[in-house]
Write a protein that binds this ligand. Structure first.
Ligand code: AHG
Ligand code: MN
Ligand code: MN
Ligand code: MN
Length: 336
């Protein structure tokens, strides 16, 4: 894969399309559409404090969460951008009750890909001017082209992903993605609306000193997780580790990948399955993590080997630097 600094994302997509495992033209178009939607959402996110877009949209999504206005805006932008370009046959979103079928009645449409998105991740941070993100995950459909997509096309294990990535709307806006050949990060120059390759071949350091978990829920965690958190806080060697938790998975993951760290969203005595969604959050992040020399587990099982049973399924999620995830696993296994 080509890694020329200052290369634009557009140039990078064209130069590397031969290395895509599958029909390269379509996947390139798809990444291009995501790039476009990301710029539109970025523009809106950046002026969130200026216009009357803050606050809640007044509806509740299938997860029982209040939908923020930007949640709805980002959801519409990503769906419309993808749907209008004849590149995907189906879309599933955290913000939609059911999956969306595209061009099901038109035999000319031979689109092979389905996309799953978390249009705005960390949306509770919008009101307080803290980083948010978008997460996407791409699969080839398993049912025949030219027929309407079915639930089966979306309920594939993460190990079948052909591409995944995120956009982080932070101090800079970045698009980070993988097509199964490493992870590359592109930073937006907002003056001209162009993403540049700024972080080629991103890798989690094997070791890290940051742990990210909502410690307010500590008393509800499984004993193995509690013991690992205590281990992180011990005064030994390079410990105590630093605790950093933004509350936007994208931003917490992004920092940990660059600096070395572990992200944890365990199940608890209150939420038996954890909080994060397997299809829109955990699988794409797990694919990125493994492509960047990191690990992602649900506790006992590799995240990407879990066979999904429903669209909005939640799973416990532990992800980050290899040695840290392995250490956590030692603690978890003590109580199995
Ligand atoms: P979303 O905004 O897409 O619903 O996701 C929120 C997720 C994730 O981004 C974050 O890591 C986690 O929820 C934070 O949850 P807690 O507030 O329970 O820590
Ligand atoms: Mn949400
Ligand atoms: Mn999310
Ligand atoms: Mn979301």
């Amino acid at each position: 894969m080509q890694h020329k600094k200052n290369q634009t994302l557009g140039e990078f997509i064209i130069e590397n399309q031969d290395s895509f495992q599958y029909s390269s033209g379509e996947l390139s178009k798809l990444i291009n559409a995501i790039r476009l939607a990301a710029k539109v959402v970025n523009h809106e996110v950046n002026k969130a404090g200026l216009v009357d877009i803050l606050g809640k949209a007044g509806e509740t999504n299938i997860q029982g969460e209040d939908q923020q206005k930007l949640d709805v805006f980002a959801n519409e932008k990503f769906i419309n951008t993808l749907a209008n370009r004849e590149i995907v046959c189906g879309i599933a979103s955290e913000e939609e009750d059911d999956f969306i079928t595209i061009n099901s009645n038109d035999e000319r449409h031979q689109n092979k890909y389905v996309v799953l998105i978390d249009p705005l991740d960390g949306s509770s941070n919008v009101d307080v001017n803290v980083s948010v993100g978008t997460i996407f995950s791409i699969y080839r459909r398993v049912t025949p082209v030219g027929t309407p997509v079915t639930l089966e096309d979306f309920l594939q294990p993460g190990n079948q992903q052909v591409a995944a990535g995120y956009v982080v709307y932070g101090t800079s806006t970045m698009l980070v993605y993988t097509t199964g050949d490493g992870v590359n990060g592109f930073t937006l120059n907002p003056a001209i609306g162009t993403f540049y390759l700024s972080h080629p071949n991103m890798q989690f350091p094997e070791d890290g000193t940051i742990y990210s978990v909502n410690e307010g829920k500590y008393r509800h965690f499984h004993q193995g997780v509690k013991d690992y958190i205590k281990y992180c806080q011990e005064e030994v060697g390079d410990r105590p580790y630093t605790s950093r938790y933004i509350g936007s998975l994208v931003s917490d993951f992004h920092r940990n990948m660059i600096k070395g760290g572990i992200y944890m969203y365990p199940k608890s005595s209150v939420t038996q399955e954890g909080k994060l969604r397997l299809l829109y959050e955990c699988n794409p992040m797990a694919f990125l993590a493994e492509q960047a020399n990191g690990l992602a587990t649900g506790g006992r099982t590799r995240i990407m080997d879990i066979k999904p049973t429903e669209l909005h399924q939640r799973v416990p999620f532990f992800c980050g630097s290899k040695n840290m995830v392995n250490k956590l696993q030692e603690f978890l296994e003590k109580y199995h």
